[in-house]
Design a protein around this ligand. Structure first.
Ligand SMILES: [Ca+2]
Ligand SMILES: [Ca+2]
Length: 197
């Protein structure tokens, strides 16, 4: 029976139902651009997009903290940011982004601001899963590298941590702030970045 010449090239043993005919083949999902498959489900595709792209000092999101003490005028400034990650392959580099891309900020502090406050960046991941590990760093004015004491870790579900520039004066800038996710499960929840001076 298997001797029947069919144009199909190979015949699997054990019968005719080899899957070729069984509906759509779901190939491995590849996420395009800055999209992520945060929920791990094929049927929703790469459902989340992480924009703006701010993963280098050059592409950092820029904030200016004005010389006032007034939340309504952005000193202090509260910002909700996102870092998505997934287990998929991405069409751009890097192809694997289990913890997404880092978020960079360029912060200019005008004048003295709040005389009671030093320039600082605080990261809170209280709404993120307990298995999460995050990091926040701040540079000295004008630098895009971080000294050994300029980065702190914080765990999901916990409190927040604050980092400050290593040297004084702490006005002007720009100060570079980097937020990274280092470990843990992925969700659509935001982190909170608090900037003040
Ligand atoms: Ca999905
Ligand atoms: Ca982001």
């Amino acid at each position: 029976m298997a001797a029947m010449a069919c144009g199909c090239g190979f015949v699997p043993d054990g019968g005719g139902d080899d899957g070729d005919s069984a509906g759509a083949d779901l190939g491995p999902l590849v996420c395009r651009g800055e999209r992520y498959d945060v929920d791990g489900r094929d049927d929703t595709g790469c459902e989340a997009e992480d924009l703006p792209l701010q993963d280098t000092p050059e592409s950092a999101l820029a904030f200016t903290l004005p010389d006032v003490v007034d939340k309504a005028r952005d000193n202090p400034l509260n910002y909700a940011g996102y870092i998505f990650g997934d287990a998929r392959t991405h069409d751009g580099e890097p192809a694997a982004r289990p913890h997404g891309r880092p978020d960079w900020y360029r912060v200019t502090a005008e004048g003295i601001g709040d005389p009671q406050q030093k320039m600082g960046a605080c990261l809170s991941v209280v709404s993120l899963p307990d298995d999460n590990q995050w990091e926040v760093c701040i540079s000295e004015a004008g630098k895009t590298v971080f000294g050994t004491n300029q980065c702190l870790l914080v765990a999901g579900g916990g409190g927040s941590v604050c980092v400050r520039p290593a040297s004084q004066p702490d006005v002007g800038g720009p100060f570079y702030v980097r937020v990274r996710k280092l470990a843990g499960s992925n969700t659509l929840s935001s982190y909170a970045l608090y900037l003040s001076h």
